[in-house]
Design a protein around this ligand. Structure first.
Ligand SMILES: [Zn+2]
Ligand SMILES: [Zn+2]
Length: 468
């Protein structure tokens, strides 16, 4: 009976853990590695397990760094079930197809060059047909409902408060007469964040796998965050430029729309045109609308009698490439929310191309930026950024607002773990090594708890005392 960390170990992306109990094996998440090109190339590697022996996949939430290799698993022959919370399955339906089309386009681009050089074409990582096939294997579950994934593995999803449908996964593993409980935090939300409910409290476990994205830092309070955003809007209104917000299409984009609707007057938003410039984010927004019952009470109140689009009078959804290109002509007064969240692709790169070199513009970074991504370069004060082959000077002001993050900050992570009775062994995953070392130190000092930083391939036997 063991859990083995195969991904998001010593890094944030590529979440994947193998769980074995008795004769049965399941995967917890099967996510895409994101970041530098050489890291992303790892997605093409063989899976480090025997595909034919996986009985089920259990998915914590729809973000691509958790779900993005499921179509590849299916393409390579996996025919078993994928268990996910209802809304997670709805989001995956749009996100995995979107991910497939990104891979198809990337392969087309590469193949044009290869053809010109007389080389053999490459295959995309997976296609829309693979994503469609994967979706047929999804089995949906509600929060708080216990279900058997295999005869020896029982699972329950709890609300992780990170994006719509996101789950903390409780697993009861049985071997002979022995049962142990494993808890996987998934990605934990920011307590008291707008739109979503707070992460559920779980109090018992024999072993805990916890994310550690922001293990080395806290977030500001919502009031301070509001003041910060208002100050930027005020500054921007005087400078008369545009405001660009690279945002994850699922989660952050909807939080921004909520936040702007609630603070419309205070933030002086009536003088701006607001664009949600991402078909994926627009589609995800409608999945949020279909699942209002999963949101917190304030969001339900705001959106129960009108659509999310109608809650902001000057909000435009721009689906087509032509509508998006029309925004490039606007020099001033536009707030543009577009993906990808770390500026690695998508429409935000075109908007950066048009605005980054202009002093009057403001770029607001609100989400986690993985090492090696253009978004991270901006946060770290890069003087130029390479976009579509050109070095663009960074003259726009770059603002980072941690308070709008989808992840729990350091204090919230410590507190979430502290709710477990008797300090079960804790394994840190889904973090960069520096952040993990800081979090490990804090948890050891404050709680005297056994805490280990997972390295790729680490395996923990739940029936034996753990070596940390
Ligand atoms: Zn996530
Ligand atoms: Zn994640």
């Amino acid at each position: 009976m063991y859990v083995q960390c195969l991904g998001a170990a010593g890094r944030v992306t590529g979440s994947c853990h193998l769980v074995q109990a008795g004769d049965h094996r399941i995967l917890l998440d099967c996510g895409l590695i994101q970041g530098r090109r050489k890291d992303e190339d790892l997605n093409y590697d063989d899976f480090p397990f025997d595909l034919g022996r996986i009985d089920a996949v259990v998915l914590s939430h729809a973000h691509i760094d958790h779900s993005g290799r499921i179509p590849l698993l299916v393409k390579r022959g996996y025919t078993g079930p994928v268990y996910a919370q209802d809304a997670t399955a709805q989001l995956c339906d749009i996100m995995l197809r979107d991910s497939a089309s990104i891979h198809e386009h990337a392969a087309e681009r590469i193949n044009r060059k290869r053809e010109a050089a007389g080389e053999e074409p490459i295959e995309p990582l997976y296609t829309a047909a693979d994503a469609d096939m994967a979706m047929k294997q999804f089995r949906t579950m509600r929060y708080h409902q216990k279900f058997d994934v295999t005869p020896s593995i029982r699972v329950r999803f709890r609300d992780a408060g990170h994006i719509l449908g996101s789950a903390i996964v409780e697993l009861w593993l049985t071997e002979g007469s022995e049962t142990r409980k494993l808890v996987f935090s998934g990605d934990l939300g920011h307590a008291d964040a707008p739109v979503l409910r707070n992460p559920d409290t779980v109090t018992t476990a024999d072993l805990v796998l916890m994310e550690s994205t922001y293990g080395d830092r806290g977030h500001r309070s919502w009031d301070e965050t509001r003041a910060e955003v208002e100050a930027i809007a005020e500054l921007a209104s005087r400078g008369k430029g545009n405001i660009l917000i690279p945002a994850f299409s699922v989660g952050r984009s909807q939080l921004l729309l909520y936040w702007m609707a609630r603070n419309f007057d205070e933030a002086g938003l009536k003088n701006w045109q607001i664009f949600l410039d991402s078909p994926l984010a627009i589609n995800a927004t409608s999945v949020y609308e279909q699942n209002l019952k999963l949101l917190d009470k304030d969001a339900q109140d705001l959106w129960s009698n009108r659509s999310i689009q109608d809650s902001l009078p000057n909000l435009q959804f721009t689906r087509t490439p032509d509508e998006s290109r029309a925004i490039h002509l606007i020099e001033s007064g536009a707030i543009i929310i577009a993906g990808s969240g770390m500026c690695t692709g998508g429409r935000i790169r075109h908007h950066l191309q048009h605005n980054l070199g202009r002093k009057a513009c403001n770029i607001i970074i609100i989400g986690y930026q993985a090492a090696g991504t253009p978004g991270r370069q901006l946060v770290e004060g890069a003087e130029t950024l390479k976009i579509f082959g050109d070095e663009i000077p960074v003259r726009a002001a770059i603002h980072t607002i941690g308070g709008l993050s989808a992840h729990a900050g350091q204090r919230a992570l410590v507190n979430w773990y502290d709710q477990f009775e008797q300090r079960p062994p804790l394994v840190l995953v889904h973090g960069e090594p520096d952040a993990q070392l800081v979090l490990q130190g804090v948890i050891r000092d404050e709680l005297a708890a056994p805490v280990h930083i997972a390295a790729e391939g680490d395996q923990f036997n739940l029936l034996q005392p753990l070596p940390f």
